[in-house]
Ligand binder design. Structure first.
Ligand SMILES: Nc1nc2c(ncn2[C@@H]2O[C@H](COP(=O)(O)OP(=O)(O)O)[C@@H](O)[C@H]2O)c(=O)[nH]1
Ligand SMILES: [Mg+2]
Length: 453
């Protein structure tokens, strides 16, 4: 979507915003690029929360409809906040028309958005059908100059801010405090030197970049140790365990991040679930070459037969691209569910990391401190928490470092908050181990034999 740009002039955008209050617009759909069809509209605009349509005609009108509800393919949605509007040429004030019965905004499977008074993408073409009087009362001349042919049709997500749903202290002191507490972390269990978390998620979700970002924060400058990229298939095929080093003689941070091959929905592609279980149990050494077509070999040199709790994974971090949540297919969710089954069985805590919040939300891009105030991001976090069956308190939003030349306090604070959370859940895992371990074994115990597995 990044190459697709809005056709609103600065003045038109200002006028439209004046009708909507303190919000930002995020372009979801542009018919001249994506087609003037209902199916393309639904593909980009369903389940996006509040949206505003902008239809353009030769007569110079920009007009459309606002709804606070999700568009869906299924029938009528009642919305007391829905309204039609028109930004009229010739210096006229913007027109705002509330619904007569205060409850209209609906869509149909095979038609474009239908707001009663105006039906957009009529007959899957660059046309509108205008029905003043039916739910909305307006003069056609005032609304669209009686020009029913569209030169463009756009849909914007309306981004709003609300009270923060997670409190973050955005100060330099907090950043220092987080770094200190992470650096001084010690697993409270014998034989385990550091916490170990594995990053699991689709190709391109930002797993490698997350490690690079955390490493950069502790190093004090940008690092790109893990190879990251925008390739469709997994760039990472080796199992890698990365330690995080503090800059200026600070030593290693007591957290290993394991980077795996990307998860792909097809059974024969991407990370294999049985391989993942071996990783969870600590059997796989750094740089093991993963191959989706060949299961991990127990006699391979990279297979650690005598894995202990120190080698095992103490926290699973699911990484998902916030911009691509609608592309998380049912097949992918099934795959995640079967991983979760194994994770739960092994008693390993799980965290969900939503990356690329800057790309997904203009309010977060503008000011990262908006991240837990964005109504849209909160909606997405809730939906994701539900479909993964992971509590909202375990869903964390981050922006990774991608092209920035320098570190930024707010980016750091979000990243460090995620690390702090990973360590907190890891502690929970260790506590469980201690409770189970009544005999008080001095030696690191074999991971594949604890009682509750
Ligand atoms: N804007 C933005 N881009 C990101 C973010 N995280 C990752 N990326 C980009 O997403 C692409 C895929 O990232 P990568 O770490 O290789 O994904 P992986 O396959 O999960 O390891 C890279 O081009 C990154 O620069 C983020 O938080 N914001
Ligand atoms: Mg990678």
């Amino acid at each position: 979507m990044s190459a697709v740009t809005s056709s609103l002039s600065v003045e038109q955008e200002r006028e439209l915003l004046s009708l909507l209050g303190h919000v930002r617009l995020h372009l979801l759909h542009k018919a001249s690029v994506h087609s003037f069809t209902a199916s393309a509209f639904h593909e980009h605009c369903d389940k996006q929360g509040p949206t505003v349509l902008a239809a353009y005609n030769e007569a110079g009108f920009v007009f459309g409809a606002y709804t606070s509800k999700d568009y869906t393919k299924w029938g009528e949605v009642r919305d007391e906040e829905a309204f039609l509007y028109s930004l009229r040429p010739g210096g006229n004030k913007p027109l705002r028309v509330a619904s007569v019965n205060q409850k209209f905004a609906f869509t149909e499977r095979n038609s474009g958005p239908n707001h009663g008074g105006l039906l957009f993408l009529h007959e899957n073409a660059a046309k509108i059908q205008s029905n003043p009087g039916e739910n909305f009362t307006f003069q056609p001349e005032e609304m669209h100059g009686e020009d029913l042919t569209l030169t463009e049709f756009e849909v914007y997500r309306v981004e709003e801010l609300a009270k923060p749903w997670r409190n973050i202290n955005w100060t330099v002191e907090r950043r220092q405090q987080l770094m200190k507490s992470i650096q001084s972390y010690k697993p409270e269990i014998k034989g385990v030197q550091q916490a170990r978390a594995v990053l699991v998620g689709p190709v391109g979700a930002g797993k490698s970049t997350f490690f690079n970002s955390i490493n950069s924060v502790f190093r004090g400058n940008m690092t790109t140790q893990a190879i990251a990229g925008a390739a469709r298939r997994s760039v990472t095929t080796q199992f890698r365990t990365y330690s995080i080093k503090s800059g200026k003689g600070g030593g290693a941070v007591p957290l290993m991040l394991c980077d795996t091959m990307g998860l792909e929905e097809n059974a024969e592609a991407g990370l294999d679930i049985e391989d993942l279980v071996h990783i969870f149990k600590g059997h796989i050494k750094d740089r093991y070459q993963l191959n989706p077509l060949m299961p991990i070999q127990h006699d391979a040199p990279g297979f650690n037969k005598h894995a202990t709790l120190n080698d095992a994974v103490h926290c699973v971090v699911y990484v998902v691209d916030t911009c691509k949540l609608s592309l998380l297919t049912q097949k992918m969710l099934y795959k995640v569910a079967s991983i979760q089954k194994k994770t739960n069985h092994l008693g390993i805590p799980q965290i969900l990391l939503m990356t690329k919040v800057d790309e997904a939300c203009p309010l977060a891009a503008e000011d990262l401190q908006n991240v837990y105030r964005s109504v849209y991001l909160q909606k997405k976090a809730r939906e994701l928490s539900e479909s993964f069956g992971i509590p909202l308190s375990c869903v964390l939003l981050v922006k990774n470092y991608t092209e920035e030349p320098e570190l930024d306090r707010d980016v750091d604070i979000l990243l460090l908050t995620a690390v702090e959370q990973i360590l907190k859940y890891t502690d929970g895992f260790f506590e469980n181990q201690v409770v189970e371990d009544q005999e008080g074994i001095d030696e690191p115990k074999p991971f594949n034999k604890p009682k509750h597995f």
